[in-house]
Write a protein that binds this ligand. Structure first.
Ligand code: NAD
Length: 288
């Protein structure tokens, strides 16, 4: 095991961002995905993001070259996690998928490896329930886009050890992030609040209160939010937002997190937001 090796399992929106940030911070990054097509798209996207970093003056050419050379794609989970000191899972927000995956990661990772989930809302204790040593499982919730967002939420599961929390915080700091520690409650401190705005903005759009652009402008200029709640939902991915809303609705009760029909319809039509080219907005290629 190498202290400077990170494995990223799931190479979608967040896996790509975490891989990028870890490589730029000096870690060797082993990326894997259940889909070989997704893995190869992710490697292209990580390289493109790094080139973009150079173009925007955020990354020197030398740092770019070194960072790219530190990112490796692995078709097999075992190969990706075998050498890692920390494994970060970023697969879809479905408890059964994450729980099964952690069982496999647990068998392939070294004994001293921290097993982290990037879940936005699910219970870390439940994700850890199929793992032999749940004290090494922790939530490490990054935000999108990872390179720009300063927060990491560290989530303490029922059995997460103090040493695991400390290592998670050290890793977040090495990536230049500020971390907060949150107990294992649905949606933690971020999604539980942030999703409310997104869902209510969709309900307002359904009711015809204002256009999507104007609802977003209301929050940007009236409340100084950097991005409006509808545009942010598209950036996050409407499927991801729906999964979180359903989970919070099931666990916290009440009507606050009941998913609007509009959200369910867009997801069923495959209009998942920026990553699909269309969601609440239409996203021309390359638009961010
Ligand atoms: N999108 C966001 O803005 C955001 C922000 C913070 C946290 N999150 C959380 O991060 C996680 C991932 O979200 P995302 O938006 O990156 O999802 P995504 O749909 O963009 O990517 C998920 C990837 O996981 C892969 N995958 C599916 N099952 C797998 C398995 N068993 N093993 C390996 N790979 C598998 C898929 O092929 C896909 O490439 C979710 O838990 C989500 O809640 C998302």
């Amino acid at each position: 095991m190498s202290a400077k090796t990170v494995a990223v399992v799931g190479s979608g929106t967040m896996g790509q961002g975490i891989a990028y940030a870890a490589a730029v911070a000096g870690y060797t990054v082993a990326v894997t995905d259940a889909s070989s097509a997704a893995l190869s798209r992710a490697m292209d996207a990580i390289r493109a993001a790094m080139r973009g970093g150079v173009e925007r003056g955020k990354l020197s050419q030398d740092s770019h070259d070194e960072a790219i050379a530190r990112v490796f794609a692995h078709a097999r989970l075992e190969d990706a996690v075998g050498e890692a000191s920390i494994v970060i899972e970023a697969v879809p927000e479905i408890l059964a998928v994450k729980r099964a995956l952690f069982g496999k990661i647990d068998m392939s990772a070294g004994d001293a490896t921290v097993l982290a989930s990037n879940t936005s809302s699910l219970s870390i204790s439940e994700i850890a329930s199929g793992v032999n040593r749940p004290e090494r499982v922790v939530g490490l919730h990054f935000f999108n886009p990872v390179h720009a967002m300063k927060l990491v939420e560290v989530v303490r599961g029922r059995e997460t050890s103090a040493a695991t929390i400390a290592r998670a915080k050290t890793f977040a700091a090495a990536l230049g992030k500020t971390s907060i520690v949150v107990e294992d409650t649905p949606g933690f401190a971020t999604s539980r609040l942030g999703v409310v705005l997104g869902l209510e903005a969709m309900r307002m759009l359904e009711e015809g209160v204002a256009s999507a652009e104007d609802i977003d402008t209301a929050m940007r200029l009236g409340y100084n939010h950097p991005v409006g709640p509808l545009r942010l939902s598209d950036i996050v991915g409407l499927d991801v937002r729906l999964a979180i809303a359903d989970h919070l609705h099931d666990t916290l009760g009440g009507d606050t997190y009941r998913a609007p029909d509009l959200l369910r319809r867009l997801v069923s039509e495959g209009k998942l937001g920026r990553k699909a080219g269309e969601g609440l907005y239409v996203w021309p290629e390359g638009d961010s």
